[in-house]
Design a binder for this molecule. Sequence first.
Ligand code: NG6
Ligand code: CA
Length: 523
Amino acid sequence: MRNLSYVILAVVFAGIFLVSSNVVRAADSGERKPNIVFIYGDDVGYGDIGCYGATKVATPNIDRLAKNGLRFTDAHCTSATCTPSRYGILTGEYPWRKNGTGVLPGNAALIIDPTRTTWPAILRKAGYGTGIVGKWHLGLGTEAHLDWNGEISPGPLEVGFDEGFFIPATVDRVPCVFVENHRVVGLDAKDPIEVRYDAQLDDAPEFEPMAKHHPDLMALKPSVLDKDHFGTIINGIPRIGFMHGGRSSRWVDEKIEDTLNQKAVEFIERHKDKPFFLYFATHDIHVPRVPGKQFAGKSELGVRGDVIDELDASTGAILAALDRLNLTGNTLVIFSSDNGPVIGDGYDDGAVEHLDGHRAAGAFRGGKYSLLEGGTRVPLIVNWPGHVKAGVSEAMVDQVDFPASFAAMVGQKLGHDDAPDSLNMLPALLGETQVGRESLVEHAQPKRIALREGRWKYIPPTDGLAFLPSTRTETGFSSHEQLYDLSNDPGEKNNLAGQKADVVKQLAAKLNRIRDEGAQSGE
Ligand code: NG6
Ligand code: CA
């Protein structure tokens, strides 16, 4: 009997404790700015995710975000390739306004001016702890100085992040090491790193083994049409560029996502008591696609499907950490991608052979590298329980809008020259309105641009191949003007330029104006 009353007492006390801690949390969340976690997939297409219509891969965690959040159907990354897209999202400036923002080699200097206002710098000023985990690819050091064996600076920490654990460029580019803050992780001073990108080095013995001389050492082979993945072979994978030394610091490809997940979760744990911004840029689903053991060979779509599973699991790991730390209710989670999809991208990894009718860009034409919708129309999901109503939004938004939109959310004023192409789309991003941008500029390297306005998509005449054989990409590049009515032709099949000369004229003039006169704000 006495035991029973102890049990009852204990239950009552536990109940009081739980109620009061909930009250405290509720009060907290009322005052506290929400944490922001940005999950930034690499080369993830509009059609690669279950809630966007994929049927041959399953993405239950990403779908869960969409089920309780807002799924955008007309959201864009800033460019159809990585470096320019990331430049746009961080600076709020269209990358085609600035030279040198194309896909960078692994030894390029930092391309963001450290004096400018960036998305993380805005949040840091508002009191957020800011961190990057994952892919950087915006250059490190200066033209005159980049020492992989010493202080690597400037980099992410000089443009707004408090801390970073990152991949310098891409996983198919050397150096194949992680950098933590200003240092290569696990470097042995007796085995210094040297990185070179001069093509004539492919006969230099110190950079052996190289693909050209050691085809036998390649577990993954460059595709027939590829001319770049012929540098140093690391873990059986030939990379772009040449790397010598740093053996103790080289990553193990199978474990990259695991490591990044762990670092991301650690960041969240360390920052749980004050507002934080985590920019979590996965390597998945970019090449080389080397899934962890639990994913390898499991999907129906070959290795590209396996890494989609892995990306979904990374998302799940983040969501689980937020749940475990009771942060879900006060965290705004965004899922998106840096550019459209590509199936074969330099390696013979079987992705093309296993495609099985999967439409990585959904109903859209083109993909990574392309000026067609598939180049920049990507998944975008915004999830903030209790604040963002679940649903679907057709608002046209661009990742370049993130700096101005999140500045508005945290009450930061932007200066006249800050984030010049970034529009405050916060009401659209939070689902308070379905009205997004009136117009938007799409971009493919180097400086090819197209205009979206309402139902119209206008592509000016441009040079370049209409079809890239190496990646099997339809680019949309043509010497003729193109005009598509996306309201009934999302696949950009029916060129109306000949019939709608007035619309072409008006859109061409507007695109020129945006290009020459700058920002669209105030429209
Ligand atoms: C290309 C690479 C490709 C990928 C891409 C960058 C070749 C043939 N292709 O040059 O494999 O690395 O650059 O991708 O070398 S991105 O997502 O970072 O933009
Ligand atoms: Ca990319």
